[in-house]
Write a protein that binds this ligand. Structure first.
Ligand SMILES: [Zn+2]
Ligand SMILES: [Zn+2]
Length: 262
């Protein structure tokens, strides 16, 4: 059995419709992308994105009753809504761990009921936490969340000798994050590729273009951050900035419903 079984509940950026029309709502063939969200081993969620619960429950028909924890990257509305959070909390049998940057909590406007259903774990950058038999290292992301005092997070999840990185959202790595990454041996890196194959774009301080990803991956390989058989997966892709002819080389372009075993 795989150490990590990942299910991509959404792989799109914020310009995908938050409420797709009924005809595409059940799509699993890559016609649409929901905004980005990931389920780990059926027990841990990264980001209660607007469509993530509907897709997991009604389309993929996953059993979410074993939900143990929710990790939040940041509070942008394509990654967090109270409605999606409530839906996931409604699935869980017991209290659910909720992990986010310590500066994020006041901005989530959590209700009394939500707080009673969760154990909240404020995270500090670079300070590992445990969840079940996983170790999680939160790292700072280069991503502006301008109305709040939070720092958006990347995560490294480790269990039984396997590790993967989740970096949605964030552009070029912060220097401090890059220093930590250089000490890692990762099996999988999930990188955001919001912007398509263009050299110039105003989003480059908060999001990656494909040429930026290619440069990053070259240095990731040069520095041995990925294991020899390590894989790079692209997610958080914008609807209006990618073309069907794009090529991704050895990288895997994630799609909604994609399963990945590590
Ligand atoms: Zn986003
Ligand atoms: Zn964002």
């Amino acid at each position: 059995m795989a150490v990590f079984e990942l299910v991509f509940l959404g792989t799109g950026a914020a310009d995908w419709p938050l409420r797709p029309g009924a005809d595409v709502r059940y799509d699993v063939n890559g016609v649409i992308r929901r905004t980005s969200s990931l389920l780990i081993n059926g027990k841990y969620l990264i980001d209660p994105a607007p469509e993530s619960w509907f897709f997991a429950k009604k389309v993929l028909k996953l059993d979410l009753s074993g939900l143990k924890g929710i990790f939040l990257t940041h509070s942008h509305k394509d990654h967090f809504t109270n409605k999606a959070l409530d839906s996931f909390l409604g699935e869980a049998k017991g209290k659910v761990g909720f992990y986010c940057h310590e500066g994020t909590i006041p901005w989530l406007k959590l209700t009394q009921e939500e707080q009673e259903r969760m154990n909240i774990h404020p995270l500090k950058i670079g300070k590992r936490v445990k969840a079940g038999d996983m170790t999680i290292l939160p790292l700072g992301a280069n991503h502006e969340v301008s109305r709040t005092q939070e720092t958006a997070l990347h995560y490294i999840f480790s269990r039984e000798g396997k590790s993967f990185f989740y970096g949605c959202d964030g552009a070029w790595f912060l220097a401090q994050t890059w220093s930590v990454l250089q000490k890692q041996k990762l099996d999988v890196m999930i990188l955001e590729a919001t912007v398509g194959n263009m050299r110039a774009n105003y989003r480059i301080a908060s999001h990656n273009t494909l040429p930026m990803v290619e440069l990053l991956v070259a240095s990731i390989e040069e520095c041995g951050i990925l294991k020899e058989d390590g894989r790079v997966v692209l997610s958080h892709m914008a609807r209006e900035l990618h073309s069907p002819e794009e090529e991704y080389g050895n990288m895997i372009a994630a799609y909604d419903g994609m399963k990945l075993e590590i």
